[in-house]
Design a protein around this ligand. Structure first.
Ligand code: AP5
Length: 223
């Protein structure tokens, strides 16, 4: 299929363990550059909320902190990939296994696209437990916040949309977070060497402030 893309259109992966800041940075890139955030976690949570067959299967797995099947998440990405054709995709939480990495390469190749960067957010896992257990989002627009690190400018009001309802994820408790981290180490971290061999990996210190991490990512994308 012919691609309909500008010369500066980029497809990138944000890779890092739970709480590394993938979603925060993906939303910023989407707002600033018009790129499209493709978060398999968000897609699965939407399916769970709607009670679709995929959501019913995924709910128990997600609440245990384990990985949903490769076939399900690869299909979700395949369904949405064309929405990011013109402005580029930010893959957030995908791929998470070698199978998913292979599936992504095929899906992009079928559309005349290829990955431009794999940006690894390098973080201290212990600090992430505090990040995740303090996290909450706007129930209306999904803007991310944190009890200590990023509170709304006006208490109880979303900076982005003015909404007043906020929510927390059921898998953001310490025990589930530890399982999610173990899954990351066992199944996701091993895909990094595959991307390193292709010269795609760029590293960013994910323990810096949100703004500093954003600046480092911008420097990579503009480089
Ligand atoms: P998913 O939704 O992808 O969750 P995750 O990878 O565990 O990542 P998180 O969303 O928890 O963290 P994040 O890196 O986006 O950090 P955030 O920006 O929010 O997956 C959930 C589940 O779905 C999985 O466990 C699995 O079951 C299933 N799933 C999803 N994709 C799958 C796949 N491909 N295959 C199989 N199963 C899949 O930041 C965290 C907090 O820190 C926020 O409060 C934020 O405000 C704050 N923060 C961010 N950056 C900073 C900073 N620099 N300094 C201080 N605070 C910061």
């Amino acid at each position: 299929m012919a691609s309909n893309r500008g010369a500066s259109t980029l497809d990138i992966i944000l890779l890092g363990p739970p709480g590394a800041g993938k979603g925060t940075q993906a939303q910023r890139l989407q707002a600033k550059r018009g790129m499209i955030q493709l978060s398999t976690g968000d897609m699965l949570r939407e399916a769970v909320a709607k009670g679709t067959p995929v959501g019913i299967k995924a709910k128990v797995v997600m609440e245990a902190g384990e990985l949903v099947s490769d076939a399900i998440v690869s299909a979700l990405i395949g369904e949405r990939l064309d929405t990011a054709a013109a402005h580029g995709a930010i893959f957030d939480g995908f791929p998470r296994t070698e199978h998913q990495a292979d599936a992504l390469e095929i899906l992009l190749g079928e559309r005349g696209r290829k990955l431009d960067h794999v940006i690894e957010l390098v973080v201290d896992e212990e600090a992430l437990v505090e990040r995740i257990t303090g996290r909450f989002t706007c129930a209306t627009c999904g803007a991310p916040y944190h009890d200590r690190f990023h509170v709304p400018q006006v208490a109880g009001t979303c900076d982005a949309c003015g909404g007043h309802e906020f929510k927390r994820r059921p898998d953001d408790n310490e025990q589930t977070v530890r399982t999610r981290m173990a899954e990351y180490r066992a199944k996701t971290a091993p895909i990094l060497p595959l991307y390193e061999a292709k010269g795609l990996v760029r590293r960013v210190d994910g323990m810096l402030t949100v703004e500093q991490v954003a600046a480092a990512i911008d420097a990579i994308l503009d480089g």
